[in-house]
Ligand binder design. Structure first.
Ligand code: FMN
Length: 208
């Protein structure tokens, strides 16, 4: 689906815009080449203020308003989310002329049924990321991969990859707000979607 607000009879309703947002996000999670496959994740750091990093969008559930990514339990972002679960995600698709900004609340899943199911679906190659030893972000004397030497040259097999399970976490982000911006040469369009604590949705067009 792609919004064609310039060649249709009517301007799109806000509901159609929101549906388009979820479609784009779902496509992003499913297609590695999609611009929404990666997103910038912002968290709050007590000393630094705000920190950012790229993560891969893994799962999208429009009904539950949830977006999920995978990470290492030892990474700095985990501590930041534990301190303050309010996070932001930034998506930009050049091909869809669309930016989506998300405010959400993050929940960390580790060794629960959700994390275990995600782990089972990961190939040994992808599990290798979680075999890095030692705390992530620790200073080192040389340009280390952090991996056991044997896995620098080959993927772990299924049994070897199991050591990463303890480090693997799924972060599920419950969306509170979406800010949609659609760029066109004829003037941009912008809309906001906000869910309150009771799950009620408020929508509005915004001046871009
Ligand atoms: C294209 C790309 C995709 C990435 N995907 C992830 C990811 O899905 N999960 C993750 O934890 N880190 C991912 N990273 C690494 C993070 O950007 C970051 O360097 C790392 O997680 C440490 O972040 P932190 O110290 O803020 O916790 C990715 C980096 C790039 C460049």
């Amino acid at each position: 689906m792609h919004l064609d607000i310039w060649h249709s009879e009517d301007e799109p309703r806000l509901g159609a815009v929101l549906a388009e947002c979820w479609h784009l996000l779902a496509d992003g999670a499913a297609e590695p080449q999609h611009d929404f496959h990666t997103t910038a994740l912002a968290t709050t750091h007590a000393g630094l203020g705000c920190t950012l990093r790229t993560v891969v969008l893994r799962k999208v559930d429009p009904e539950a308003r949830e977006l999920a990514f995978y990470t290492d339990l030892r990474s700095r972002k985990i501590g930041e989310i534990q301190q303050d679960p309010r996070i932001a995600l930034l998506f930009n698709s050049v091909s869809d002329d669309t930016q989506i900004r998300v405010q959400a609340e993050a929940v960390i899943h580790h060794r629960d049924s959700l994390a275990e199911a995600a782990w089972r679906d990961l190939s040994p190659r992808r599990r290798r990321d979680y075999l890095v030893s030692g705390p992530r972000g620790l200073p080192w004397a040389w340009a280390t991969s952090g991996l056991p030497a044997e896995f620098e040259g080959r993927d772990p097999n299924e049994a070897e990859s199991e050591a990463g399970r303890l480090n693997f976490a799924v972060v599920v982000c419950r969306v509170r707000q979406i800010d949609w911006l659609f760029l066109t040469p004829y003037g941009h369009r912008r809309a906001n979607f906000t869910w309150n604590d009771d799950g009620q949705l408020q929508t509005s067009w915004l001046v871009p």
